[in-house]
Design a protein around this ligand. Structure first.
Ligand code: HEM
Length: 416
């Protein structure tokens, strides 16, 4: 085959999926991927309009059979389905209750503490660099922020926080790498980590029920609509999605933003000169390098897309990463970074009923991280060729990304 091929398990595809996405959008927008030794057959939608439409029709494209190519992932997890694997109306009700606890206001209150943490982190990174040690932007900086923020949000005591980091790492690894070769949970270690995490959160929820504090768990146990409350299982499921889906995604957004703007100095200069552009720049970088490249749905009935009939009961990948580069939506410059683009919509947080409930928290952390990093080290750049990526058909992000901090900024008012 002489054209770029969509093979989600192939390392070369994962390294640079965009040529294959472009081919799919133009020539095979409703792609049927045959079964092979790695996964059962599935379909893939790549045009923006088709993915946008499908994720907003949960009555046809259901999340209740899981979000990967595999058929029995929820059973393999041994857990009740979490919010992201439920369909309306049950999901709608659960989401409303969670929304009562997890409000934009609660998130906004974290800003000063996040900034303080980020400054401390940057000081540590600067010391490493000054000592001549190598700096790994992803590991030493980006990934530390969401892990710390979640521990803070959940109100975990300082003494318990050391346990939180390894949970995040294991769940991220399982989710990113474990999916591909052996279904959702190939490794027994993963099941053990999930068990540990659930035991911990079960106790934390019980403590919050008897004495609700002013933290997220306190807010979730007291959230009420028409005398409906969240059950322990609902809250546990939410904790699981947040730890697995809200950490590495946010870290990758920060790392990708440094990478993309480092490779486009004129764009970087715009941000350094005018930090009020950072929110738009983050949105643009998330569009170009979407942390979640794709998740599946299952058809509940026969459906026609672009003139192709997809039968009921089939897995269909929503290729967010391909949709977000579609020139039919973003014009001829769709592949190009433009921190002032202000695209009115993209699909990096999905759309419709499962639109990311943590998007405001992700944006806040990434904004503070990038504002502080560029204020301290405006020339920071990464060596992507020496970096290590996740090998995943579903997410795009770094495990390790060596960086040069460059000259520190001269503090305002200093004569030097
Ligand atoms: C840049 C960072 C993030 C990205 C790219 C991202 C992406 C997404 C996407 C694409 C979905 C939809 C899943 C689907 O299509 O089935 C989603 C759902 C979700 N996200 Fe995020 N997410 C991010 C950060 C976060 C954070 C920080 C949190 C929480 C603290 C979070 C919590 C959730 C939850 C609970 C859902 C399920 C919502 C529902 O099913 O109603 N995410 N996210």
């Amino acid at each position: 085959m002489s054209h770029p091929v969509y093979d989600p398990f192939d390392a070369a595809f994962q390294e640079n999926p965009y040529p294959a996405y472009s081919w799919l959008r133009d020539h095979d927008p409703v792609h049927h991927h045959p079964a092979d030794s790695r996964a059962p057959a599935f379909w893939a939608l790549s045009r923006f309009a088709d993915v946008w439409d499908a994720v907003r029709r949960p009555e046809v494209f259901s999340s209740a059979s899981g979000l990967t190519f595999f058929r029995d992932e929820i059973g393999q997890l041994g857990l009740p389905p979490t919010i992201v694997m439920l369909d309306p109306p049950v999901q709608t009700q659960l989401r409303a209750l969670i929304g009562r606890g997890f409000t934009p206001r609660r998130v906004a209150l974290l800003e000063d503490r996040i900034r303080e943490f980020v400054r401390g982190r940057l000081a540590g990174v600067a010391v490493r660099a000054a000592d001549g040690l190598s700096v790994d932007l992803h590991h030493d900086f980006s990934a530390t922020i969401p892990t710390w923020v979640l521990a803070e949000l959940f109100g975990l005591p300082e003494s318990d926080r050391e346990r939180f980091g390894p949970w995040v790492q294991t769940l991220t690894r399982l989710q990113n790498d474990g999916f591909d070769t052996s279904g959702l949970l190939g490794a027994g270690a993963g099941v053990q980590v999930i068990g540990e995490m659930f035991e911990y959160f079960t106790a934390a929820i019980a403590a919050a029920r008897s004495d609700p504090g002013d933290d997220l768990l306190g807010a979730l146990v007291t959230a009420e609509i028409d005398s409906e409350r969240l059950t322990d299982w609902d809250i546990l499921g939410f904790c699981f999605v947040v730890v697995a889906g809200g950490t590495d995604t946010t870290a990758s957004l920060i790392s990708h933003t440094v990478q993309l703007t480092g490779a486009a100095p004129a764009q970087r200069a715009l941000l350094v000169d005018d930090p009020s552009l950072v929110p738009d720049a983050l949105s643009e970088c998330l569009r170009l390098e979407s942390s979640v490249q794709g998740l599946a749905r299952t058809t509940l009935e026969d459906v026609e897309v672009e003139g192709v009939r997809i039968p009921a009961g089939e897995k269909v990948m929503m290729l967010y990463g391909a949709a977000n580069h579609d020139p039919r939506e973003f014009g001829e410059t769709a592949d190009r970074l433009d921190v002032r683009r202000q695209a009115p919509r993209h699909l990096a947080f999905s759309s419709g009923p499962h639109f990311c409930i943590g998007s405001h928290l992700a944006r806040l952390q990434a904004r503070v991280g990038i504002e502080e990093l560029l204020a301290a080290f405006p020339q920071v750049d990464v060596d992507a060729a020496a970096g290590v990526r996740h090998h995943s058909a579903f997410v795009r992000g770094w495990v390790s990304l060596p960086a040069e901090l460059g000259q520190p900024a001269v503090p305002p008012g200093s004569s030097g």
